[in-house]
Structure formats: C-alpha cells, structure tokens
Design a binder for this molecule. Structure first.
Ligand code: 1HN
Length: 353
C-alpha cells in the first residue's frame, strides 16, 4: 500500500499543499508526519501483498531441467528456482514472511556444506537416492518426506542415484532478516564429516521414546526426516475411524516429540488427506500458507480464484483469504506457514466459516 492511500480520512487534502514546506524541512531532520501514513501502518484487517497463486509442476519442471543444462550445482551453490509470489516480484518471497524454491540436483553433484541462522525445510517432490547431511548425519530423501535443517547446523546435499532429484526448500530468512539476526558460514571443505550413522536421530527420537541421558536445548525437533510412508499410513488409518474435520479433512501437524509443539520454531507444517469427493468448508487464518500437492487431484477455491491441482503443484493462500479444498481422488496436501511465530507472539487469528 502506498502512503497516500493510508492518509487519515480527516486530513484535508487542500490544506496538505500548505504543509508541503513543513514536510520537506521536517524530512531533512529525519522527521515524518504519522498522520500521512497511519492507516497504512495499522490496517483494519490484513492487507496482504501476497496474492493467491499456483505453480503447475508440468510447467515448472522443464525450467528446472533447463537450469541443469545452464548451471552446475558447484557454480550455483544451490540450484534453486525461487517461487516468487506475483504480488511480491523480486522479493524472493512466496508469502510476506516465507521463502519457497524448487531445488534440483543431478547424480554426482554435491551442494557444498554451509550453515546459517535461517531454518530450512525440504519437502521432497521427485527422485530417489539423494541425501542431505545435517549436523553430521545423513538422511536419504524420498518423495513426500519432510526434512528439517535446523538453525545454524552444517548441511550439504549429494546425489548417488540416477535422474534429477527435486525438492521444495522453505526458509524463514525473511523473518530472520526482519529482526536483523542473520549469520552464515561456508564450511572449509565440500562436505561436513559424518559423525553419526544414518537413522541415529530416528532411533533416538522417532519411536515415541527419548534417551534418558539427553538434554534438548533447541526448539527444533531432533527428528530431521519425517518419512512419507509413515505419515501416509497414519492418515489413511485414521481416516477409517475418525470423524472428518469439516474445514481441514484429515489433517495432522508435524510435532517435535520433545515439546509437543511444532517441529520447527518458526514454520508450522502439516499433512492432510482429502478423501475422494470431500469438500471442505471455507476457512481463513492470518498465516499465509504454502501448499504442495503430494497425491491426487482436486481443486481449491482461494478467495475468488479456483486452482485445479495435480501432484507436485504448489499453491499459496494469503493471510485472511478464505480457502476451500475439494479432493477429486483421495488427495494429500503438505503445507507450511509462519503460524509457529504468530502463535508465540499471540497474533494468530482464524475463522471457520
Ligand atoms: C539454502 O541454504 C538451501 O541449503 C536452499 O539447500 C535454498 C535459499 C535461500 C538461502 C539459502 C540449501 C536456500 C538456501
């Protein structure tokens, strides 16, 4: 919103002309009149610059493959095409607060080790036998897996299989940058040494048990790969006995087993099953949300737009815009938002319509 549209209705526009000299002299002293911007700063309700948008994977995939022929992972560091919200061009944002991009890695490539304050999630779209190593432990990534890179942990990615591997990267760096809290470091070598066997985190924290002699200081889940086969099994099992939620279908949140809270301190994550023929009632909340289609076809009404989606498509629902989903087949949607932050700050509002 520009400052002019935020002018108090009571401000006399003709009188503003006579004040221009004052505004100009005040500006030189780094002083500005609040009355010209007040209603743009504190709006009656959310005024998201983020707009509803859909990226069809069938249209995006050729660009990912073309990028592979134009630049190596070695040169790019991370070969990622940013999903830019059409309402926020050039800002590397899919919502006002969050980043999304599609990363592609080819067999034999290494995305070198680095670490940063920003937390990252990976949601695996396509391919097999690529891995990410986080804080000295490797995990092999499969389609539908939800993988976490906690703040300031060393991470590198590699690919030992065949064919391109694609995942969605979701990051919170815009929140980190808003707060002026960003640090980043490159590791001196290509890959960080492995200090734990693959599966260590799952054995320690992924079986409804925790080691008695372990203290957990971080707010991020010690499980860093939530594999899709287990998530899918849970959703389908509970759909056979649980009453369906009218606004969400069968929707589960990913949890940190240590705290019971969200798996990540900034980004909330979910997986939901929309059974064939189910149509959700309209829902809105203040957390703009990114959805990734995992399985099935269906459609979502987002405000006055209707998105027909298929597997691997990505769409975004802006803050306070009503959304209504319907599954044509049994459809599964992954989603993430900044709800974890909004809840901590007592900002979250939702409405079941
Ligand atoms: C990053 O470190 C990764 O580690 C992916 O794979 C995407 C986007 C912006 C900034 C850092 C990665 C990123 C990123």
């Amino acid at each position: 919103m520009d400052s002019a549209s935020g002018i108090l209705p009571s401000v006399d526009l003709a009188a503003e002309v006579g004040r221009s000299d004052f505004y100009q002299r005040a500006g030189q002293q780094h002083l500005a009149p609040l009355w010209r911007v007040l209603h743009g700063l504190v709006t009656d309700e959310p005024v998201p610059r983020c707009v509803p948008a859909l990226w069809r994977y069938a249209q995006v995939r050729p660009f990912l493959l073309e990028a592979c022929s134009l630049i190596s992972t070695a040169e790019a560091e991370r070969r990622v095409l940013v999903l830019e919200n059409p309402g926020l061009p050039g800002a590397s944002r899919i919502t006002q607060s969050l980043f999304a991009g599609l990363q592609v890695i080819l067999p034999g490539e290494v995305a070198p080790a680095h670490r940063h304050v920003a937390s990252a999630l990976r949601f695996i779209i396509e391919g097999r036998d690529a891995f990410t190593a986080v804080a000295g432990e490797k995990t092999t990534m499969r389609p539908g897996d939800f993988v976490i890179t906690p703040s300031m942990t060393w991470h590198d990615h590699g690919h030992e299989g065949s064919g391109p591997m694609v995942w969605l990267d979701g990051l919170d760096m815009h929140i980190v940058n808003l707060l002026g809290a960003s640090f980043r470091e490159g590791y001196p070598g290509q890959v960080h040494p492995q200090s734990r066997p693959e599966g260590a985190a799952m054995a320690e924290a992924g079986c409804n048990l925790l080691p008695v002699d372990q203290a957990y200081g971080s707010q991020t889940s010690p499980i860093f790969n939530y594999p899709y086969d287990r998530t899918r099994e849970a959703l389908h099992r509970l759909s056979r006995f649980r009453e369906i939620n009218a606004w969400h279908g069968h929707k589960m949140r990913y949890v940190n087993p240590v705290t019971g809270g969200w798996a990540m301190p900034t980004m909330a994550t979910w997986m939901q099953l929309l059974p064939q023929g189910f149509e959700s009632r309209p829902y809105r909340a203040t957390d703009s949300t990114v959805f990734v289609v995992v399985e099935g076809r269906g459609s979502s009404r987002v405000g006055d737009r209707v998105f027909e989606w298929a597997p691997h498509d990505v769409f975004v629902v802006p803050s306070w815009v009503p959304v209504q989903h319907s599954g044509r087949d049994d459809a599964v949607l992954f989603s993430y938002s900044d709800r974890a932050v909004q809840e901590k700050l007592d900002l979250l509002r939702e409405e079941k319509l």
